[in-house]
Design a protein around this ligand. Structure first.
Ligand SMILES: Cc1cc2nc3c(=O)[nH]c(=O)nc-3n(C[C@H](O)[C@H](O)[C@H](O)COP(=O)(O)OP(=O)(O)OC[C@H]3O[C@@H](n4cnc5c(N)ncnc54)[C@H](O)[C@@H]3O)c2cc1C
Length: 366
């Protein structure tokens, strides 16, 4: 067992280049604070910001709330240092933004879930901070409407920074757990969007909403100051803890072609109804078609429900691991998203890096 908790150094921010060197054990919140106090921002944000380490985020290529604006962890790495299975230290010292000198080993390690090497430190790219932000919560009957809405917002005179969705079961659990009131009348789906920019954001976003026939005025709440924006974000960010209060959920983190999200949700609910006392909560990252399927009320060791949902994902042309990785729990289903040729190539890469199979055995590849 390797713990990197003490590799938690956070170097000084290079204010001219917008970069920071950090140890693998540094948490996301400490990086965000260091960037902010130097006039920069880190482009990835997760609700687990207090506990998520940069090493874990690199290993899982974490996504989170701002992928639509800044991409996943992969896009934030300038270079990294890693230790291979035989003790070799790969030292990424490059600071030139363009680099096509051979294979990109850092990018291969990102998202490899500790199966190819142990990340010990990284040089991270920072982004300019957002000036003004406005948050809106919108109720919609279909996710297809919300997808067209964010398509319009991406072309409007503001920057779409986040677009998160959740179903009525999710908001009900959050309201029960936190005591918050429902923000709007009951709807099948809710979307929290955040737009940033220097313009009159409320004016720009309101114009988009009013031109958009799928959105009713009484199904929109706007949070224009920090406190009201935080209140709206809580409906999304407190879903995971609200589910955990009820029981241990089966958690599937899947990617679905975006215009198939509504029919996927309907099929998941239909297949759950075949399991006595099971209930499902659906939420996730809209622009990436990333759905967190959480099923409560099923024995935690009974994998039939996982199998049913992941086979459905494959039927929809989706992927069985969108942002949390494959780990050991989902490795038996990786073949649903990858061809035999791809799996063979992955095994060859694993063997080249770790011929004795000592790094995270059983994770990703069975
Ligand atoms: C409330 C909540 C919300 C979340 N929201 C999101 C979200 O929106 N998007 C998202 O992508 N994730 C999300 N996550 C999960 C998130 O991915 C993890 O919190 C984080 O990315 C992993 O960091 P960790 O330090 O917890 O890693 P761990 O869980 O400790 O490790 C994750 C994997 O990486 C490997 N690993 C860890 N460190 C290293 C290293 N230094 N070198 C090589 N391998 C390593 C481990 O062996 C393991 O396989 C959420 C989690 C919670 C609890």
């Amino acid at each position: 067992v390797v713990s990197l908790e003490r590799l938690n150094q956070v170097g000084s921010v290079d204010v001219d280049l917008g970069c920071i060197n950090v140890g693998a054990g540094a948490t996301l919140s400490t990086i965000q604070a260091a960037a902010a106090s130097n006039g920069w921002m880190f482009g990835v944000d997760l609700a687990s910001r207090e506990s998520a380490s940069v090493g874990g985020m690199i290993a899982t290529n974490a996504g989170g709330l701002r992928v639509v604006q800044h991409g996943q962890m992969r896009q934030q790495i300038v270079s990294l240092e890693a230790v291979l299975a035989d003790g070799t230290i790969l030292l990424g010292t490059q600071d030139a933004p363009k680099d096509n000198a051979g294979y990109d080993l850092a990018q291969l390690l990102i998202g490899s879930e500790g199966t190819l090497g142990i990340v010990t430190s990284a040089r991270l790219r920072l982004v300019p901070p957002d000036r003004n932000a406005m948050v809106a919560l919108v109720g919609v009957r279909e996710l297809a409407v919300a997808i067209r809405l964010i398509g319009k917002l991406r072309r409007a005179e503001c920057t779409l920074a986040a677009a998160e969705f959740f179903d009525d079961a999710a908001i009900e659990l959050v309201c029960q757990h936190t005591g918050a009131a429902r923000p709007i009348a009951e709807m099948p789906w809710y979307v929290v969007i955040e737009c940033v920019g220097d313009q009159d954001l409320i004016g720009v976003v309101s114009d988009v909403f009013s031109e958009f026939s799928g959105i009713q005025d009484d199904l929109v709440v706007i949070g224009s100051d920090t406190a009201s924006a935080r209140r709206l974000w809580n409906y999304r960010e407190r879903i995971t803890e609200s589910i955990a209060r009820v029981g241990v959920a089966h958690k599937l983190d899947v990617g679905i072609p975006r215009f198939k999200l509504d029919s996927f949700a309907a099929k998941v609910r239909a297949s759950i109804s075949g399991f006595d006392s099971a209930s499902v909560t659906l939420f996730g990252h809209l622009n990436e078609g990333n759905v967190h399927v959480n099923v409560l009320g099923v024995d935690r060791h009974d994998e039939k429900i996982d199998d049913a949902v992941l086979r459905l994902v494959a039927e929809f042309g989706g992927n069985v691991a969108a942002e949390h990785g494959v780990g050991r729990a989902k490795s038996a289903w990786l073949h649903l998203s990858r061809t035999p040729e791809e799996l063979r190539t992955m095994r060859a890469i694993k063997f080249a890096f770790d011929p004795k199979g000592i790094l995270n055995p059983g994770a990703v590849l069975v």
